[in-house]
Ligand binder design. Structure first.
Ligand code: SF4
Length: 284
């Protein structure tokens, strides 16, 4: 008898609000000013989509100095260091700001904490572009901590304020804040975690509990995609990260009845559809 496979998609797939907004801005930029337009680094952490955009004339550059004078630069959803904005202005570069409003809120909180004379503590990954940009908006001299052990090792501080990387896992952030309370006398905490990523994680975990295998579609360079994979795999279900349709192996579905689909916040719908197409109708 022919076996039926159920493909169950998480209710939270495809672009999040901030990435949708960034992509709209890019489309508008191409329509209004023509190609090429430039992005600082990859505009989103999804290599297949970055390649598609490149074919339309959206070119990633490593620094503002690579953008010709009078050119058009899109700031990615993660935001940028304010010094880059000043450099763009000096060189008369047209800037389209796709910084996600939730990230802008973190930048604003960090600036206010610094103006209030508090030490600014960012809970997050020091290598993440969003964290580096928020640090820049605080005027530099910030502390960046990513684990309770790092927080506990901080020298005693009289007054400090916290902002949290928008995509940082809540449970881990709470552990870091708890450790900071032991070393900071007066600690003000701004909860800047993005609900879109939290809801996505919760939905992926619920999905993982109902299926035999989960495909997490997204870029390997996307921290929220890797986090989804960790959470799904941690629930004990077989979990695969799929960056491009060519990676899908028919053998993954041997004996499988239910497949779950979760995606990172920068995974385009066309890529999800292309991966779904590769799932065999008659699995081994
Ligand atoms: S994950 Fe949240 S903070 Fe990041 S771009 Fe999307 S909506 Fe904005």
């Amino acid at each position: 008898m022919k076996r039926e496979i159920d493909i169950i998609r998480s209710p939270h797939t495809g672009y999040c609000f901030g990435v949708k907004r960034a992509m709209r801005l890019i489309e508008q930029g191409l329509a209004d000013y023509g190609s090429p337009i430039y992005t600082l680094g990859d505009v989103i952490h999804n290599p297949p989509e970055v390649e598609r955009l490149r074919s339309l004339g959206v070119m990633p550059v490593a620094s503002v100095s690579e953008v010709p004078e009078g050119g058009t630069l899109v700031l990615r959803a993660h935001g940028v260091h304010p010094e880059l904005l000043r450099e763009a202005e000096r060189r008369r570069i047209r800037v389209l700001d796709a910084t996600c409003p939730f990230v802008q809120r973190s930048q604003l909180f960090a600036r206010r904490l610094a103006e209030d004379g508090r030490v600014v503590v960012i809970v997050g990954d020091p290598a993440h572009p969003e964290v580096q940009a928020v640090a820049g908006h605080a005027g530099g001299g910030v502390l960046i901590v990513r684990s309770p052990a790092e927080a506990a090792a901080v020298d005693p501080i009289e007054r400090a304020g916290v902002v949290i990387q928008t995509t940082f896992p809540r449970a881990e952030a709470e552990g870091v804040v708890e450790a900071l309370r032991g070393t900071v006398a007066d600690l003000l905490v701004n909860d800047t975690i993005c609900e879109a990523t939290e809801a996505r994680l919760e939905a992926a975990l619920a999905l993982a509990r109902r299926v035999d295998v989960v495909l997490v579609i997204g870029g390997r360079n996307s921290s929220n995609t890797r986090r989804l994979l960790e959470v799904c795999a941690g629930s004990g279900v077989r979990s695969r990260l799929v960056e491009s349709p060519a990676e899908v192996e028919p053998s993954w579905f041997s004996g499988v009845e239910r497949i779950g689909i979760a995606t990172g916040t920068s995974t385009p719908d066309w890529l999800i559809d292309a991966v779904l197409e590769k799932i065999p109708r008659d699995p081994p």
